[in-house]
Design a protein around this ligand. Structure first.
Ligand SMILES: [Zn+2]
Length: 84
């Protein structure tokens, strides 16, 4: 329902709307692209807001998932999408 509403609003305002695969977006380190052993896993860890990547040492906060979603949509946005 939320995606439908976002798509409707985006199209109404000529904004690009892209649905991407969000699998593992909470576990992937947005800095090095790996799924480190230290990343939050499972439903029990959904409340974890800060964690450090055991592979590259970067400390993540709430923006890690947003960065992974942005990267997932970037290849298509990079070449440009005509809404006309
Ligand atoms: Zn990392």
């Amino acid at each position: 329902m939320l995606k439908t509403q976002l798509e409707y609003k985006a199209i109404a305002r000529s904004v690009v709307f892209e649905v991407v695969n969000e699998s593992y977006s909470t576990q992937i380190c947005s800095s090095c692209g790996t799924i480190p052993a230290s990343s939050p896993k499972g439903r029990a860890s959904l409340g974890i807001r800060e964690w450090a990547c055991s592979e590259c040492g970067v400390e993540h906060r709430d923006t890690n998932v947003a960065l992974n979603i942005l990267v997932a949509g970037h290849p298509r946005l990079e070449v440009g999408i005509s809404l006309l």
